[in-house]
Ligand binder design. Structure first.
Ligand code: 0A1
Ligand code: ZN
Length: 869
């Protein structure tokens, strides 16, 4: 396929609009007939030919205003259909045929467990019919679906059901009307034999909405939490943003074969079933939280994505960054704000910071791409959400809400840009945010350095903050960014100091947002009697790295006394990171690890200071992860990182042993999925993990056997899976037999074994490729087993290159069948330059083997090209 880079600077509006689309489907798995009747209108140059996108389809006929077009009136190429000399307004009827059963890429119309479903974002609609498959072409859709009633009793598309009838020959028909103009990527169709779980919701203005979640028969009992999450999301968007649902029905369909998490098609969301199905026996607390978050995310897209969509795919973060921010805020309101923030920052640091620091770095609004599927990234999503959060910090909550209101009022029904979003924020608040816009175009994680001085004679404390963003591919020179510096000052007694800047008449609280716009800026606070302890980047208000040489005493003080809970956690992470980095250096040089007493004592004091928030206490006890630590060292040594972390875990366990044992006393609590109950389990399981480093497997095995919920059972299994003991084998076998036939649970089982640090992990993974629980046809299974192995730093980076060779084989096997999944796995090689020379050579060879493969997908070609560049 002739894939040329697409550049943001080349954007041109379309030459034609398509006002109305009538689709007719005659569904058959092997060969489905699709008729499209398009009402087309010229909006550009009078001599422009009509050029429609289309891939992998068979053209059966074309008619313009009722007249069949002869073959010499149009040109059909592998990715487009060109019709020159068309009138200014006309109707085009296209007859085509597609093969859903043969669709293994899971883009366009495909079949998952005998259910027809679609995935059209970003460019899947062009595999259903020829179209202007771009998000700035908005059309009203009517969809007619015909299929055999026995196999496909349920026929769904976007909007409201307009008609349904029996066709007499064992087939039936349904007609769906969606009154809201939408781009083709939001089209959806589902047909199959599914169970329906129903509920209702009345909107603030009195609209009665039918809520329907469709799942595999027999799984109805696992849809309750998703339904509850949906209703809470609908209420939250009304209360927080005044945004109401706009149709009489909202469908969610859970399918088992899906490349991503879920998809926000208008009124017909299609979900990876792992983000819908949850019950105590099969879902962990993390699964419950993910269901809640993803249901909310897709629902919130109805406004931020659907009612206001993106002009082009470079603007993807317009809908994704904003919607991630919205779902994060929803979870923060429904659960614990501090714990949610900590978890989101962990994900950002583990997934987005490495992306921003490597060969795949790109701004949240990229400048060019070969394959847009490669840009559904942590940068566009998670960093995009951080950029929105910074606007909230700079404009404050009310100002942000004013900006949202103006954005919706201005752009409802339109395809908008990131510039327009920021303009709405600026105009609603009388602010100039042109400098802030640099966040959209500049890649890389800024690094802040600090200088502090205190003048006892005048009681003045001066803080200088400097910023610098390291170069990223294609962007050697970086400009200073506009960012919030959320800070506070703490006295030696642990009390927060009132903050009064020089020139102000009175202090303005004890926590403030300063605005950094220059490369370096100084603020002077008066009325500060003694040298204070600085608490900076509270709540992680800016997605930056703060380079700080804070003393151990100050870190310890902030761990127990900082008024901002996020910063207490952050202080603990910084302290632990400092020790771990020293430990990594020591392990690499065969020296004994550094003393840990001061840290352990500080952690104990911080733990004691946490009152009544076990979820937060569990976060405090969780040491920085291997991925995060890898980012902090000059040359990644996976063995030294693993060893140092293991050693510090053992030291913490010894030092906190009484507290950890105390956590595990008390009567058992009945299971409930709410955040408070989950918090108790999180802390109890964190304690179990630490204690098993002292006590061995017995307690974990006992919990594994006695557990009445998946969180406790799986946590115990995960602990056992890291120990080379007979109990490990027994528990893994038992878990498999208990859950045989439950794909979602067996994926956890696959993932756990793929992620194990034990030395025979690769052999186990190879053997599991032939296990009935695994299949190359299902993305969840591939991500669990093969992706799980790629995320296992210790074993993927085995010094002999066996892990790399294995991954190359898997990627090359998957690429012809599902390039999106293959290219996601390929990203595991991206950080190759950060390793020692031997591993660099092995990883380079591995990628060159991929690059040299004939017929490689554009998806993989782009990733390998960027990685090797
Ligand atoms: N818009 C969806 C993400 C998504 C993107 C691509 C997909 O298939 C290629 C599927 C889903 C979301 O943000 O949830
Ligand atoms: Zn999204």
């Amino acid at each position: 396929m002739s894939h040329q880079p697409i550049r943001r600077a080349d954007y041109l509006p379309p030459d034609f609009g398509i006002d109305r689309v009538e689709l007719e489907f005659d569904l058959e798995p092997a060969r489905t007939l699709v008729r499209a009747r398009l009402a087309i209108r010229r909006i550009g140059a009078s001599d422009a030919a009509l050029v429609l996108d289309g891939e992998d389809m068979e053209l059966l006929g074309l008619a313009l205003d009722g007249n069949a077009l002869a073959a010499d009136r149009y040109r059909l190429e592998p990715t487009r259909l060109t019709i020159p000399g068309v009138p200014d307004a006309f109707e085009l009827v296209i007859d085509g045929a597609i093969a859903p059963a043969a669709n293994t890429a899971l883009e366009g119309l495909y079949i998952s467990s005998s259910v027809f479903c679609t995935q059209c974002e970003p460019e899947g609609f062009r595999r259903i019919t020829w179209f202007l498959d771009r998000p700035d072409v908005l059309s009203v859709f009517r969809t007619t679906i015909r299929a055999e009633r026995a196999r496909f009793p349920i026929l769904l598309s976007n909007g409201n059901l307009a008609a349904a009838r029996d066709l007499g020959d064992g087939r039936h028909e349904a007609v769906w009307d969606d009154p809201f103009p939408k781009p083709s990527y939001l089209f959806a169709l589902v047909a199959g034999d599914l169970a329906v779980v129903e509920d209702r919701f009345t909107t603030r203005s009195g609209r009665d909405v039918a809520l329907k979640i469709l799942v595999e028969h027999g799984k109805e009992g696992r849809a309750g939490y998703a339904m509850d999450s949906l209703k809470r999301s609908m209420r939250w968007d009304e209360e927080t943003y005044g945004l109401e649902y706009d149709l009489d029905v909202f469908h969610i369909v859970a399918v088992s074969d899906f490349n991503m998490g879920a998809m926000e098609n208008k009124s017909l969301n299609v979900f990876n079933d792992r983000f819908i199905l949850a019950d105590p026996a099969t879902a962990t607390d993390l699964d419950y939280a993910n269901v809640e978050g993803v249901v909310a995310h897709e629902y919130f897209h109805n406004w931020t994505g659907n009612r206001i969509t993106c002009r082009d795919w470079f603007q993807l973060s317009l809908k994704e960054g904003l919607t991630v921010y919205r779902d994060q805020e929803f979870t923060a309101d429904e659960r614990s704000r501090a714990v949610k923030r900590i978890q989101d920052v962990r994900v950002l640091r583990a997934r987005q910071f490495p992306e921003d620091g490597g060969p795949l770095a790109h701004p949240i609004r990229p400048d060019s791409y070969l394959e847009i599927n490669n840009f559904y990234t942590a940068t566009v999503y998670e960093k995009g959400a951080e950029v929105i959060r910074m606007l909230e910090a700079l404009l404050d909550r009310d100002g942000f809400r004013r900006g949202m209101d103006l954005y919706v009022a201005r752009h409802d029904g339109e395809a908008a840009t990131c510039d327009q979003f920021v303009a709405a924020m600026a105009d609603a608040n009388g602010r100039d945010l042109s400098h802030f816009l640099r966040w959209y175009g500049q890649a890389g994680t800024p690094r802040l350095t600090l200088e502090q001085s205190h003048d006892a004679a005048t009681g003045t404390y001066a803080l200088t903050v400097s910023q610098r963003t390291p170069p990223t591919p294609g962007q050697p020179d970086k400009l200073p960014l506009h960012l919030p510096v959320h800070m506070g000052l703490i006295g030696r007694d642990g009390a927060e100091i009132p903050l009064r800047l020089e020139g102000e008449n009175a202090p303005q609280g004890t926590s403030r947002v300063l605005e950094l716009t220059e490369a370096s800026q100084t603020w002077r606070f008066v009325g500060v009697e003694a040298p204070p302890v600085l608490s900076i980047n509270r709540g992680f208000a800016a997605p930056v790295v703060v380079e700080s040489s804070e003393s151990e005493d100050d870190l310890a003080l902030r761990m127990r006394a900082d008024a901002d809970p996020f910063s207490r956690w952050e202080a603990a992470q910084s302290f632990a990171t400092r020790l771990l980095l020293a430990g990594i250096a020591a392990a690499a040089e065969g020296r004994p690890p550094p003393p840990t007493d001061a840290f352990v004592a500080a952690l104990a004091a911080a733990f004691d200071a946490v009152e009544g928030d076990p979820a937060f206490a569990a976060e405090l006890l969780a040491l920085p992860g291997e991925l995060y630590l890898a980012e902090q060292v000059a040359v990644i040594d996976v063995e030294a990182i693993h060893a140092a972390r293991k050693a510090l875990r053992a030291a913490v366990a010894q030092g906190l042993v009484d507290r950890l044992r105390h956590v595990r006393t008390g009567p058992p609590r009945p299971f409930a999925p709410d955040a408070a109950s989950a918090g108790h389990r999180a802390l109890a399981n964190m304690a179990l993990g630490y204690l098993s480093t002292i006590d061995g497997p017995a307690a974990a095995m006992a919990q594994y056997r006695a557990a009445d919920n998946m969180t406790d059972r799986f946590s115990a299994l995960a602990i056992l899976s890291e120990l080379d003991v007979p109990e490990r084998t027994a528990a893994l076998a038992d878990f498999h037999d208990r859950h045989a036939g439950d794909a979602l649970v067996l994926n956890k089982w696959l993932g756990l074994q793929a992620g194990s640090s034990l030395p025979d992990t690769l052999a186990t993974v190879r053997a599991l490729l032939d296990h009935p629980a695994f299949s190359y046809g299902n993305p969840n299974k591939i991500y669990a087993l093969v992706g799980g192995f790629a995320g296992n730093a210790l074993r993927f980076h085995a010094a002999d290159g066996s892990g790399y060779a294995f991954m190359v084989d898997q990627i090359l096997r998957l690429d012809p069948q599902n390039p999106q999944v293959a290219s996601r796995l390929l990203k595991a090689f991206g950080r190759w330059r950060r390793f020692d020379a031997d591993r660099q050579a092995l990883m380079r060879d591995a990628m060159e083997r991929i690059a040299a493969t004939p017929g490689l997908s554009p998806d993989c070609r782009e990733i390998v090209g960027l990685s090797l560049a």
